[in-house]
Design a protein around this ligand. Sequence first.
Ligand code: MP5
Length: 193
Amino acid sequence: MPVADLLVRHADAWGRATRHPFLDAVRDGTLPPAAFDTWLVQDAYFVADLLRFQARLLARAPRAAQGVLAAGCVALVAELDWFGEQATARGLDLDAPQLPATIAYGDLLYRLDAADLPTALTALWTVERTYLDAWSAARPGAEPYREFVEHWTAPGFAEYVAGLEAVAGGAPDSVFLEVVAAETAFWQMALDA
Ligand code: MP5
């Protein structure tokens, strides 16, 4: 079964993660700057956790998945630099405390170290596909958020997600639903903070 079937089979959960009010507000320009800043600082923590998770996954990945995972690790290192630049430009402190949804999502990534490879690869594809679809729904995005919309809707990012899709699959639906729930909670955290 192709992993993309998960998006149809669990359309409600998928919609909650990819059509969240946070994204409507990015598109309309009504997102309070404080909510965006909360998201940005918390997402920098998440990306750091994701890089560590992905590096551990690369170490045990099958030959066919090494290329896409290694390229993704390089991109994540560059993305962390970009987060640093964005934080500086907005005067944000990237050492601010982690919020509960960020901690919970990081814990999920650590738990996936013990998962079999199909499950861990499907989880990673779900993480990235969520951002592709979520930010695509916010296109073109209002200023000052447009650069972020462009970042996760660029053709190169879509190709990366397709590359992950090609090596994902064979996992229980529960891992998809767990990741999607963590993504929904992450958007909500930014609005509630
Ligand atoms: C991604 C992200 C996408 N940055 N944050 C969350 C909460 N979920 C998914 O990962 P990447 O590596 O930034 O494309």
